[in-house]
Design a protein around this ligand. Structure first.
Ligand code: URP
Ligand code: ZN
Ligand code: ZN
Length: 473
């Protein structure tokens, strides 16, 4: 099977030119002006952007956690992703307590079976290091034997996923040895427990207390702690879902010093603020309960500035979809609201509309944040993350003028919640290809489950040029 995409404006992290892209089988084999090739399929991209397929490095599909399982499995999540121009994601595989990492990964591989439409990698969520750290050796084998080169640790959620600082540091030492990257959910779990207990004792059970018991300072403190520990251990650190200036500050400081610290924010932190939780009637506010919580509005401009200046390198979604019915579990007690929201389908169009059209970032930077950087940081570049000869033909033909109103009534997630409900955007994906195969065109899904593959990822190899680090002569 071959496909020729004709006359589009090809935009990568570095290039911007009008040309044809020709893919044979799964790979791009030529790029040039007016290519003379016979293709099985020709797609006219005149007046459209041709972008590399987006890579979402932070998703929770089919995730059992606390009382519920996220409603998007690998089929529904992938359909939503494909419509939104995302062709690869890295999902979080949870090690259940007492379980080996291999068993956990087997469980997650089975979730994809017969359902996958787009390509997936896995991060491992480490929850149990065994007696005296007996599982650390197995952890060390994941990059070479399982293609899993990132270890995720939770510094909060004391009831379930949290790991001690001792465990966190031990995992960082393993990562330094194996070339894996350590990812942290950075919030001070103990301080949150105290604030939550105080709120409940005072009879405060509304959704807004989810935000008030997780103030920005607890995120800032844990972010700084993780950064310092990673520096001592000598491993690369990636901070997930940065939501506020308090967390940006230690990241900025560390990066200025040349420390190996990278970080993402998520679409929702640019667009939803804490006033949603304060003002919404009924249980609508429960739909905006995710962690870290929506922050005071001033943080939004700080985050735009941070993605512009490279203090943050990635915009992910933290796609974690629940239904209204599931959210209602917590209608009398914010602690019981399943925290999370869908977002995989809307990331590209929202960042294009509010970031690029809003004059905050360039088109190149958008591609870098949504595709190139996550592919590089998570060991998938240049197979993913760019448009180049030899790269996978993961391509998005994007109509920069198409108007679209976001709604749960028309989105493809299985959730009946869309936190961007009613938002009008200009610019949307038109045709989406994965390894040369069309997934979505003309508003229709045209691929069948099974088209997605598992991506074994390489070790971490991005390093910052450290101030004072010797440069080889
Ligand atoms: O609210 C969220 N973000 N749910 C998913 C788990 C996490 O903390 O990423
Ligand atoms: Zn988290
Ligand atoms: Zn998450």
């Amino acid at each position: 099977m071959s496909v020729l995409i004709k006359g589009g404006r090809i935009v990568t992290a570095t290039d911007d030119f009008v040309a044809d892209v020709y893919a044979e089988g799964e790979r791009i084999v030529s790029i040039g002006e007016s290519l003379e090739v016979d293709a099985d399929r020709v797609i006219d991209a005149t007046g459209k952007y041709v972008l590399p397929g987006c890579v979402d490095p932070h998703t929770h599909l089919d995730m059992p956690w606390r009382a519920k399982t996220t409603v998007d499995d690998f089929y529904h999540g992938h359909v939503a992703a494909a419509f939104g121009g995302t062709t690869t994601h890295v999902d979080f595989c949870i090690q259940a307590k007492g379980q080996s990492f291999a068993e956990a990964l087997e469980t997650w591989h089975a979730k994809r079976e017969g359902k996958a439409l787009i390509d997936s990698g896995f991060h491992i969520i480490v929850t149990d290091l065994g007696e005296d750290g007996s599982r650390l050796e197995e952890l060390a084998t994941l990059p070479s034997e399982h293609g899993v080169s990132s270890y995720k640790l939770f510094m909060a959620y004391n009831d379930s996923l949290r790991i001690s600082d001792e465990g966190l540091f031990q995992v960082m030492q393993v990562a330094a040895r194996t070339g894996a990257c350590v990812m942290v959910h950075a919030e001070n779990g103990d301080a949150i427990e105290v604030l939550v207990a105080e709120a409940i004792a005072a009879g405060h059970t509304d959704p807004i207390y989810h935000a008030l018991t997780r103030p920005p300072e607890v995120e800032g403190e844990a972010t700084n702690r993780a950064i310092q520990l990673a520096h001592v251990a000598g491993c690369p650190l990636y901070v997930v879902h940065v939501s506020c200036e308090e967390a940006l500050e230690p990241i900025r400081t560390a990066r200025r010093k040349g420390w190996d610290v990278w970080a993402e924010t998520c679409t929702q932190y640019f667009l939803v603020d804490v006033s949603y939780l304060e003002r919404l009637d009924g249980f609508e506010a429960g739909n905006y309960v995710y962690t870290p919580p929506p922050r005071p509005k001033a943080n939004q401009e700080a985050l735009w500035e941070a993605v512009r200046t490279d203090d943050l390198q990635v915009v992910s979604t933290d796609h974690c979809a629940y239904t209204r019915e599931q959210k209602l579990l917590g209608k009398d007690d914010f602690r019981a609201i399943p925290n999370g929201a869908p977002g995989m389908e809307n990331r590209l169009e929202l960042i294009h509309h509010f970031g690029v059209r809003g004059g905050r970032i360039t088109l190149h930077r958008m591609v870098e944040l949504l595709s190139t950087n996550p592919a590089k940081l998570f060991g998938m570049y240049p197979k993913k993350g760019t448009i180049a000869i030899g790269s996978d033909a993961d391509l998005v033909v994007f109509d920069p003028e198409k108007r679209h109103t976001i709604s749960a009534a028309t989105h493809h997630s299985a959730s009946d919640i869309n936190i961007y409900e009613g938002t009008e955007v200009v610019g949307a994906p038109e045709t989406v290809l994965l390894r040369g195969q069309v997934l979505v065109e003309g508003g229709e899904l045209v691929a069948a489950p099974g088209s997605g593959q598992f991506v074994a990822r390489a070790r971490f190899r991005e390093r910052l040029p450290a101030a004072g680090r010797a440069v080889a002569a």
